[in-house]
Design a binder for this molecule. Structure first.
Ligand SMILES: Nc1ncnc2c1ncn2[C@@H]1O[C@H](COP(=O)(O)OP(=O)(O)OP(=O)(O)O)[C@@H](O)[C@H]1O
Ligand SMILES: CC(C)(CO)[C@@H](O)C(=O)NCCC(=O)O
Ligand SMILES: [K+]
Length: 303
């Protein structure tokens, strides 16, 4: 039965219906991937990824001022609120807890949380959560990982390789734009990191006196601009797209049959620019917004 908050949302009804529906598939748990711009959430029933959604970061200072007991309550409520946000988006309503006997106990029964973070300050906040497991590189079945590699890159690489096949090149168009490639033996070949599209624009806006803060164009802009905003858009978009193409084509020389996967918040725009500028290159790219959650689903529950 499908409901939303708008239809007299009742957590008890909702939970009763969906808990039975979801628990049939296995244990319900929440995955949280903490990126530099925002939080990425996933709801699992067993190994099945039911839903994903994004929210803002928690305010680290506000949380640090709470007592330890308040912190636990706050974090449990945060997970709950986050899930309820899904219901308010008219998606299917989802349980806040795997099971509870009365509404009073709702906030006291935490869903298990698996955490992958590249933001230590945000990771620290979640250490108070009652049932949290923090994913580390040593838990992943990929060879050749170096110790400071971002867990988001490693998980998305593993997820994309497992889902689409190896070798694989994973491009993450997030706050940072990253390339991460592995061979047929699931061994890291290497990668690269540069500022993402949004970060290039915001750093120009912030670190110069005369350049305004510009947003990304919907389509590939004119290359030879005759105004400032157009010049910024052209520079950032054409240079990034040329760079992305160059990395993809170099990778395809090394691994002609490799899969190429694209994830991250700017994936749709980046692929659109790439498709307009370099259609042949773009046609090889597979959009994989859930790659990091595919990776998380592969972890054994015990590690
Ligand atoms: N609703 C949104 N809120 C914030 N950013 C958005 C949104 N929709 C798209 N974006 C784009 O997503 C980009 C950030 O990507 P993403 O959310 O994947 O980053 P992140 O995972 O937090 O960072 P990273 O993985 O690089 O540490 C921004 O440059 C922005 O242009
Ligand atoms: C590159 C980012 C910021 C992308 O989210 C993250 O993966 C990270 O902080 N990585 C650490 C450095 C590395 O991956 O080599
Ligand atoms: K830094």
């Amino acid at each position: 039965m499908e409901k939303s908050i708008a239809d007299n949302f009742s957590p008890q009804d909702c939970t009763d219906n969906l808990t039975s529906e979801l628990t049939g598939k296995g244990q319900i748990k929440i995955a949280l991937a903490i990126g530099n711009s925002r939080l990425h959430w996933g709801l699992f029933a067993g190994k099945t990824l039911e839903k994903t959604w994004d929210t803002e970061h928690l305010k680290a200072d506000a949380v640090s001022r709470l007592s330890e007991a308040q912190k636990v309550e706050y974090l449990v409520q945060t997970v709950r609120r986050s899930i309820e946000e899904l219901s308010s988006q008219n998606l299917r309503c989802l349980p806040a807890t795997p099971a509870f006997s009365s509404p009073d106990t709702l906030s006291l029964v935490p869903l298990p949380l698996v955490l992958a973070s590249v933001v230590p300050q945000q990771t620290a906040i979640w250490q108070s959560y009652p049932d949290v497991r923090i994913i580390t590189l040593d838990q992943l079945q990929i060879g050749g990982l170096y110790p400071t590699l971002g867990i988001d890159r490693a998980l998305a690489l593993l997820g994309a390789g497992n889902q689409l096949g190896w070798p694989v090149l994973l491009i993450d168009a997030g706050t940072a734009l990253t390339f991460t490639g592995a061979d047929v033996n699931r061994y890291l070949v290497g990668g690269a990191i540069l500022p993402g599209l949004g970060l290039q624009l915001s750093s120009l806006g912030k670190k110069t006196a005369a350049l305004p803060l510009i947003s990304l164009p919907e389509n590939l802009p004119h290359r030879w601009a005759t105004d400032t905003a157009g010049g910024i858009q052209s520079g950032v978009v054409y240079a990034t797209v040329a760079g992305v193409r160059d990395f993809i084509e170099d990778w395809r020389c090394l691994f002609p049959n490799s899969k190429i996967a694209l994830t991250g918040g700017d994936r749709t725009l980046l692929l659109q620019y790439l498709a307009s500028a370099f259609p042949d290159t773009a046609s090889a790219v597979i959009v994989a917004p859930e790659a990091i959650f595919w990776g998380i689903s592969l972890l054994s529950v015990d590690c």
